[in-house]
Design a protein around this ligand. Structure first.
Ligand code: TXA
Ligand code: MG
Length: 362
């Protein structure tokens, strides 16, 4: 094991037998996990978006452990997760009208909102900001863990900082073994991309990170909604994105990823040519294709991300495919691009970042 020397804890892995109707074993697991959270420890757990790495959000020392386990910069704030609306009031100094409307429409669910924080939320959780990001997940395991803990749970994605977010418990184990107390295995997550983040602290709500609650859906509920420029392209060093996490090269595989966008024929031809060049140099090459094109790449390691028309499938598979190519030792990855409508905006946001905006338009 490459991390052997850094292992300090024995990380327990506990499986949930029936997330729809908890068994006695499941209740025991959730109680044990909640006790760890209350005692200031770290527990990874599934949510409907990605696996989270949880700690008591009101305990600065516990939040610090999250940063250490992930190797995360301390100015990158954490999302506080709650299990019901009543748990929000103590965490915010006021609840803007748009926040109420969006909460009613999309909570519990894959949306996070940024509010002005109250005094009880420590700066260690918010990365020094006077705002706090809050999410009410719909996943029954996440919801029950928060409820049983009796405290809001701060939870970033349960990956080593900079790696693709975990969508299965074994991804969490790869990154966190020996660094956290326990992992609750609830099987693969449903969505596969992190929650939509909406800042509601100002008059016009602003999307800071696209996700499964799309900009179109938000506009339907509250009218005008802005989009933070950091979502659309690379941010220069002098621009400060509102979600501090958006400035880092996130979601990145170990390989050098290039995104190839354009008409299918041109994309297939270009990827085959570029892959061929790298293969000729003796390099390990991965290709991210779709069900429609999977028979058209004769060389290199191939992974289909799903049918192009099914955005949910593409979102669901994206991080697992990137991690698979890491495991298979890919040095270069070439990926087809996707349309940016609806969920496609979130898919392309993550792919663009994973590629470090290395995009070829053909
Ligand atoms: O789906 C999700 O949101 C997952 C699951 C576990 O809930 N969590 C997640 O957390 O993706 P994380 O830490 O990987 O990403 C949180 C993002 C970061 O980009 C961070 O900068 C931003 O939220 N954020 C947190 N608090 C903020 C605040 N007060 N203002 C602006 N951005 C904030
Ligand atoms: Mg993350």
């Amino acid at each position: 094991m490459q991390n052997e020397t850094k292992k300090e804890l024995h990380t327990q892995m506990w499986k949930i037998e029936n997330p729809k109707d908890f068994t006695a074993h499941d209740r025991e697991v959730l109680e044990k996990a909640a006790a760890i959270i209350r005692a200031g420890g770290l527990v990874a757990f599934p949510t409907e978006t990605v696996y989270g790495l949880g700690a008591n959000a009101l305990d600065e020392a516990a939040a610090k452990k999250i940063y250490a386990a992930k190797g995360r910069p301390s100015d990158n704030p954490l999302i506080a997760h709650v299990s019901c609306l009543e748990e929000i009031a103590p965490l915010v100094s006021n609840m803007p009208e748009n926040g109420k409307k969006l909460a009613k429409a999309y909570w519990p669910g894959p949306m996070t909102m940024v509010f002005p924080k109250s005094a009880i939320v420590p700066y260690g959780t918010t990365g020094g900001l006077d705002t706090v990001a809050i999410r009410m997940p719909s996943d029954p395991i996440a919801a029950e863990l928060i409820r049983l803990s009796g405290v809001p749970i701060a939870a970033p994605s349960a990956n080593t900082s900079g790696r693709p977010s975990p969508t299965r418990a074994d991804h969490v184990l790869q990154d966190m073994d020996g660094k956290i107390d326990a992992i609750i295995d609830g099987g693969p997550v449903g969505i596969g991309l992190e929650s939509t983040i909406v800042d509601v602290t100002e008059e016009m709500p602003m999307v800071l990170r696209p996700g499964a609650i799309t900009v179109e859906m938000l506009r339907e509920t509250v009218g005008e909604v802005g989009i933070d420029p950091a979502i659309l392209g690379p941010v220069s060093a002098d621009v400060r994105p509102k979600a501090p996490g958006m400035k880092y090269r996130h979601y990145a595989p170990k390989a050098d990823l290039t995104l190839v966008e354009g008409e299918t024929e041109a994309v297939v031809e270009t990827i085959n040519r570029l892959a061929g060049e790298k293969l000729a140099e003796g390099r390990k090459v991965g290709i991210i294709c779709t069900d429609e094109t999977k028979d058209r790449y004769p060389a290199g390691m191939l992974e289909s991300i799903g049918a192009r028309a099914r955005q949910e499938t593409v979102a669901h598979n994206l991080y697992a495919v990137l991690r698979d190519f890491d495991d298979r030792g890919a040095e270069y990855i070439f990926s087809e691009g996707f349309s940016e409508d609806n969920l496609g905006r979130a898919i392309m946001n993550r792919l663009n970042k994973a590629a470090g905006y290395h995009i070829l338009k053909v």
